[in-house]
Design a protein around this ligand. Structure first.
Ligand code: BTN
Length: 217
């Protein structure tokens, strides 16, 4: 739990996608981990299943890069999106929000999705993207229940990420929060599967009727 790095925060007005731009920028040496890229707008934002992510000005769009070595040594790769979603949700709850993390990578308020997290590993670097509806949402989704300004939120989260708790600590809290996921379904092989009887495993996967389910996020 040592604070041994400082995360650089970069702001851009318009990018294709913070995730794509950050990955490319790391490859060509334009950016170096640890850093966070925040954009006001994205022309080609995407979600974890490849769908388009509505990205007009006013909402929060950010991606950050961390060396695997900076991560807690007990964090399984399969739990990275949950881990960072939970940290982000914790920061927002400290600001008064009632959001929760719905397994495996969604941010919810009541029955509505208000944001999501995706992550990928590029060599030794983890790149994690977060979208959060601050001002507007598609008709089927919701917006955050407190007022936040995107840049200020990004700066605060970058600071938050400088001290990473152990996965064990987050897992024990998320096991409680996981109960809220149980009234939802997830798509496994394109089929909706209820989470009612799902059991959360220590690696962030779930088991349903004894069968382990991982979702690539
Ligand atoms: C999900 O499907 O729930 C995850 C959505 C992640 C969207 C964010 S917005 C910032 C970053 N850039 C992208 O293109 N996607 C992620």
């Amino acid at each position: 739990m040592a604070k041994d790095y400082k995360m650089e925060v970069i702001f851009k007005e318009l990018v294709s996608s913070t995730q794509t731009k950050l990955i490319k920028g790391l490859e060509i040496g334009q950016f170096a981990a640890p850093c966070m890229l925040i954009a006001s707008r994205q022309e080609a934002g995407f979600g974890s299943r490849g769908s388009a992510w509505q990205s007009d000005e006013g909402n929060f769009f950010a991606s950050f890069a961390l060396s695997s070595q900076a991560l807690p040594d007990d964090l399984p790769l399969s739990a990275i999106s949950i881990y960072f979603a939970y940290l982000f949700a914790t920061l927002l709850r400290e600001k008064g929000s009632k959001l929760f993390v719905k397994w495996p990578n969604d941010l919810y308020i009541d029955g509505k999705k208000i944001g999501g997290v995706l992550s990928t590993k590029k060599g030794e670097i983890i790149v994690c993207g977060i979208g959060l509806n601050l001002e507007f949402a598609p008709h089927y989704a919701g917006v955050l229940d407190i007022k936040c300004e995107a840049k200020e939120l990004g700066r605060a989260f970058a600071k938050y990420l400088e001290i990473l708790p152990k996965w064990k600590e987050i897992l024990s809290k998320f096991k409680v929060e996981f109960q809220k996921s149980k009234k939802f379904s997830v798509h496994v092989d394109l089929e909706p599967v209820s989470l009612e009887n799902a059991v959360l495993n220590d690696d962030g996967s779930i088991s349903i009727d004894g069968k382990k389910v991982f979702l690539a996020r």
